[in-house]
Design a protein around this ligand. Structure first.
Ligand code: PLP
Ligand code: COI
Length: 355
């Protein structure tokens, strides 16, 4: 396996107050960087002091958005730390790479890179309830030429950020606006890939929603604008008349690892779970008839986030009295229990490292 060179920072940064982390504002002392070109493949893997990345002004990423990323977390345990289903993230990154014509990664090597970097930065893994070390691997195409082609050069980087909760609301219900104008992705496009362009396309609707007091936007499908897809940084699930429904993976929705894990847990708990098309009419009719019992989002950053309001075309629908629902809470407790190493990991989801 390729060697990872380590150049340690001469001075270490002052760590932030772990009780006031927010999301993605602080970065650790080091980062992992590796280069690709067609001739050599992936090479020059190293851990270096966290710093700016020099970039050619004609680099593909700056003009044509050739960029993909992942989001995962490391949780501090009594004798080290653990990552939640890291191989799933690496596999998804390779699916994104395939879609964007970027080079794929070796799974075992990428896991080794993650482990080497996180172990070096162990002191940065926060120890307070609800905190973790957010891991952001990303890759960009950087041919130094303006032609529009699949790239021949790429850079892969991993940065780490100690985080608290993603939403200012914490575990309190978020207010979601169902977007009726802009669309995020279409089938055949890049919706299922975790690429920067999807997020760029979502910013305008997000800004409008925020100005009206909403936390995030819930996207509808890009063709009929009829079926529920997902929220800006999380997948969604609904408890309708005792059953769990979540949008099926049609190609324009990100296949969330938290989504997949929650569906497995819910099925084990005996719930009827369906992955299917859910129209906005069906959802809001259920809300009006009192059949929409709970709604929540799932994601690495968002964990399990209750949804308290669904706003669509000037009408506000309150869900679960704007309280966290019973099942949402139970799912949050189960998932975070496993991730934080407080509940038995019977499914073998955690990758444990002793430090
Ligand atoms: N959907 C979008 C658009 C996301 O950005 C995320 C976050 O990664 C998710 C869903 C949830 O995916 P995961 O559970 O793998 O973090
Ligand atoms: C994540 O949940 O890891 C995400 O990537 C969401 C977001 C911050 C874009």
């Amino acid at each position: 396996m390729m060697e990872i060179k380590i150049e340690k920072a001469k001075t270490l940064k002052q760590k932030p107050d772990f009780s006031k982390l927010g999301f993605g504002k602080f970065f650790t002392d080091h980062m992992f960087v590796m280069q690709y070109n067609d001739k050599e493949g992936w090479h020059d893997a190293k851990i270096v002091p966290f710093d700016y990345i020099p970039i050619h002004p004609a680099s593909t990423v700056l003009h044509y958005g050739a960029e993909i990323f992942e989001g995962m977390k490391a949780y501090r345990t009594d004798d080290g730390y653990q990552m939640f289903r890291p191989i799933e993230n690496i596999k998804r990154m390779n699916d994104s790479a395939e879609r964007l014509c970027l080079p794929t990664l070796d799974e075992e090597f990428t896991l080794k890179a993650l482990e080497t970097l996180i172990t070096l930065e162990y002191d940065w893994i926060p120890n307070l309830p609800g905190t973790s070390l957010y891991i952001r691997p990303f890759m960009f195409g950087n041919d130094e030429s303006l032609g529009v082609h699949a790239v021949h050069n790429a850079t892969f980087v991993i940065i780490l950020s100690p985080v608290g909760s993603y939403y200012a609301e914490g575990i309190n219900p978020v207010k979601i606006s169902i977007e009726s104008e802009d669309v995020r992705a279409v089938r055949g496009g890049t919706g299922y890939a975790k690429c920067g362009g999807n997020y760029a396309a979502s910013l305008r609707a997000g800004k409008r929603a925020e100005a009206k007091g909403f936390t995030q936007v819930l996207w509808l499908d890009g063709v009929e604008r009829k079926y529920i897809e997902e929220v800006g940084a999380m997948n969604v699930m609904f408890k309708i008349d005792g059953e769990i429904a979540t949008p099926e993976l049609t190609g324009s929705v990100l296949p969330g690892i938290t989504r997949k894990s929650c569906l497995e847990i819910l099925k084990e708990w005996g719930y009827k779970v369906s992955e299917r098309l859910i129209s906005v009419d069906e959802l809001l009719t259920a809300a009006e008839n009192g059949k929409l019992e709970e709604a929540w989002g799932t994601g690495t950053a968002a964990v399990v986030s209750p949804i308290g309001h669904l706003f669509y075309k000037d009408v506000d629908h309150v869900v679960s009295n704007n309280q966290i629902g019973e099942l949402t809470q139970k799912l949050y407790d189960e998932l975070t229990g496993i991730q934080w190493g407080k509940k038995p990991d019977v499914r073998g989801w955690c990758y444990k490292v002793k430090v």
